[in-house]
Design a protein around this ligand. Sequence first.
Ligand code: ADP
Ligand SMILES: N[C@@H](CCOP(=O)(O)O)C(=O)O
Length: 321
Amino acid sequence: MAVYTEIGDGELQAFLKDYELGTLLAFKGIAEGVENSNYLLHTDAGFYILTLYERRVKAEDLPFFLSLLEHLAARGIVCPTPLKGRDGVALRELGGRPAAIFSFLDGMWVRRPQTVHCAELGKALAQMHEAGRDFPMRRTNALTVADWRPLHEKAREAASEPDENLHALLSDELDFLENNWPKDLPAGVIHADLFPDNVFFLGDELSGLIDFYFACNDFFAYDLAICLNAWCFEPDATFNVTKAHALLSAYEKSRPLTQDEREALPILARGGALRFLLTRLYDWNTTPPGAFVTRKDPGEFVRKLRFHRDVRSSSEYGFDL
Ligand SMILES: Nc1ncnc2c1ncn2[C@@H]1O[C@H](COP(=O)(O)OP(=O)(O)O)[C@@H](O)[C@H]1O
Ligand SMILES: N[C@@H](CCOP(=O)(O)O)C(=O)O
């Protein structure tokens, strides 16, 4: 993650008095991530992650996220578990932000995912979808097709010199997606941001999923499409059909796709590409100066979107539609 809110030693020590997590030995801000402020805490009882929720996370959504993590962990999905204070409450406040402490997960994210990682991801994604089926809370996706046009407007307004060719492309894509977005596909709790930096591995084995702060109720196949975009393109923007096949076939071992889901994958992938392109474009122009964060390149998703728009045959995806 990034660090937007700085925390002092004394403040953190006082905060930790409400927990039974031992004595603080050291702590440091984590540079990775984009959305929230994260710190690695080292106490004499072990390692923990402290998260302070920042601008895009709404306070009213936090009970959904924290309960979801508890629910998934109880069903064997390896994800951060919210830790409760002495009063039994996990969601607290620190530095003027909502805050919570989580279990630390071992592993590293993979910078250049290979086919074996895509297969592990497919298996874990299907298991997560199944584990979420009996989760009783609901959260509407706040970044779905109806939200993209207003976000496009905001991103365009935020740019000091808007790229009019790009905005024409986005406008055209929005017209297409608004008219063709699927209405009725199998749905449930999805992660909605399962990029390589949110999946930990120990060697070639998946060891945990993190960063559930876009999780919501939406089409399962949309989650799969987000993963195809995030994991199956090479740095030169070519689509790797072997990785896509590995991801899909591992997913289908636990949760076979319906024919409607399969046929919807190309448009879901277009929508997924546009969604991340828009948030990256907006963030590019609005990230506070001096924030301890690495902005992500919107151009990567322009190239992915163009690929999907140009596909003429399912063989370009490497799987039957
Ligand atoms: N439970 C965890 N265990 C270990 N490391 C974690 C954990 N949660 C977060 N991290 C570290 O913090 C980084 C950012 O976390 P992330 O949830 O992706 O932040 P953001 O919400 O800002 O995107 C991760 O890349 C990882 O290094
Ligand atoms: N995965 C998104 C950005 C969200 O950041 P994260 O650190 O919360 O995954 C992207 O790549 O645009």
